[in-house]
Design a protein around this ligand. Structure first.
Ligand SMILES: Cc1cc2nc3c(=O)[nH]c(=O)nc-3n(C[C@H](O)[C@H](O)[C@H](O)COP(=O)(O)OP(=O)(O)OC[C@H]3O[C@@H](n4cnc5c(N)ncnc54)[C@H](O)[C@@H]3O)c2cc1C
Length: 402
């Protein structure tokens, strides 16, 4: 017979928490990929912060099957559902290397999805298997020196010439821009048609050996506040020729196509923010249990304890928003308002959490060796990249008919 103590229901704080969107197969991937990240990536995070992450990581990830999780088998993928993409982004957060995670996500969740959704069969065969194998590295070019949030104001043109288009213009802040073999490029095919004059192309910018194609160049390598392991470039296109069959989707419908791409980009950014916030929280929790002041671990001060409580609520709220929205997206819905809300909120949460974690570390939080200052610098990008906070608020506000 159970004793009185045994029959008492106790809180299961330490229990494994599995969300209903994940199956046993997702959890298996989580375990194997996380272990790979911790063994092969995490130990190099400092070195890559100085010298950028090496291209060989993508090849290795391709060999292990991590790049094609949600793509059909005919292109070398595993044919899994959208939630594998979330697991992948969450696993990457263990690398402690925001720049790597960003370059990786550009490849898996930003540049290749438009090819899969909008490309002709021939285009998919040409780009997807090599990208899924990690042999071709991709990038995405929306932003220009004169137009970021206002995508319809871009100036890069693609002019038809026989069976080709000729591209002129420049793109800036391009992640993977210094190494990518190709770029999913947003251009204007009809500069006078506003939103209806925009067209997407897949443009080869380097050959297999990394040599730039005629007319393409990196005009500037950009220095950043954080994400140092990632390369960011300003790119110039001068009469770069691209075959007409490299068009993605319909001519003149590129604004709507890229708006779709941005939903996946924002969702994966939000997932990364939640996972990233959780990693800093965990590390800081350990610190607060060990570091002593006035004869007790600092985590035992009510003020500090409450900081953790506040952070945990925010992280959990962001996680639920992201998972529910991802579930709808994975079911084929197009929940733009909720994706935007999740991206806005998760970006704010990781910044607040990283900032608070620096505070909890005291002076050590300001030192590089504890890595919270790096997490903070890396996190700051999220309120700008993939659409700024202000643009997110505009999208949400307008969705109510205002
Ligand atoms: C590290 C890094 C990596 C990036 N990687 C890529 C990449 O791979 N590919 C790519 O295409 N882009 C990339 N970007 C670009 C990023 O998406 C843009 O920086 C972002 O969309 C904002 O555009 P902008 O910088 O031109 O700012 P702007 O659009 O000039 O905005 C400046 C300020 O004005 C505000 N603002 C603008 N319009 C409005 C409005 N209507 N209402 C209220 N406020 C407004 C903005 O919120 C912001 O605060 C990257 C950026 C960074 C920093």
């Amino acid at each position: 017979m159970a004793t009185a103590t045994e029959s008492v229901i106790k809180p299961d704080h330490g229990a494994k928490r599995e969300h209903f969107i994940f199956s046993d197969e997702h959890q298996e991937l989580r375990e194997s990929m996380r272990s790979w990240v911790q063994k092969e990536l995490t130990p190099h995070r400092h070195e890559w912060e100085e010298n950028l992450w090496p291209d060989s990581i993508l090849k290795r990830a391709g060999d292990l099957g991590y790049l094609g999780l949600c793509y059909p088998e005919e292109y070398g993928g595993q044919g899994g559902d959208y939630f594998y993409s979330l697991v992948r982004a969450e696993c990457m957060s263990y690398s402690g290397c925001g720049g790597l995670n960003m370059g990786f996500a550009v490849h898996t969740d930003m540049a290749t999805p438009p090819i899969h959704l909008l490309g002709s069969e021939e285009l998919k065969q040409r780009y997807l298997p090599a990208s899924i194998a990690g042999e071709k590295i991709s990038s995405i070019g929306i932003t220009e020196p004169g137009a970021g949030s206002d995508v319809a104001s871009i100036r890069t043109t693609a002019r038809r010439d026989g069976d080709e288009y000729v591209i002129n213009g420049s793109k800036t802040f391009i992640t993977n821009g210094l190494r990518a073999h190709y770029i999913v490029l947003v251009t204007k095919t009809d500069p006078d048609a506003g939103h209806d004059g925009i067209t997407l192309f897949v443009v080869d910018i380097r050959d297999e050996d990394g040599k730039e194609v005629p007319g393409f160049s990196v005009s500037r390598k950009l220095e950043k506040m954080g994400m140092h392991a990632s390369d960011t470039g300003e790119l110039t296109f001068e009469d770069v020729r691209v075959p007409a069959e490299n068009m993605l989707g319909q001519e003149g419908k590129g604004f709507y196509h890229i708006s779709w791409e941005l939903q996946g980009e924002r969702l994966v950014a939000a997932v990364g923010c939640v996972a990233g916030a959780e990693r800093v929280f965990e590390r800081t929790l350990e610190y607060a249990k060990e570091r002593e002041a006035f004869g007790r671990p600092i985590g035992r001060f009510q003020v500090i304890r409450h900081k953790f409580a506040e952070m945990s609520v925010k992280i959990e709220a962001a996680r639920q928003m992201v998972y529910m929205t991802a579930w709808r997206f994975g079911q084929g819905e197009y929940p733009v308002r909720e994706i935007t809300q999740a991206k806005l909120y998760a970006s704010r949460v990781i910044e607040e959490v990283a900032n608070e974690c620096i505070q909890i570390h005291g002076g050590y939080g300001y030192m590089k060796e504890y890595e919270v200052e790096r997490a903070y610098r890396d996190a700051r990008l999220n309120r700008i990249g993939a659409g700024t906070d202000e643009i997110m608020l505009e999208v949400i506000g307008r969705s109510y008919g205002l």
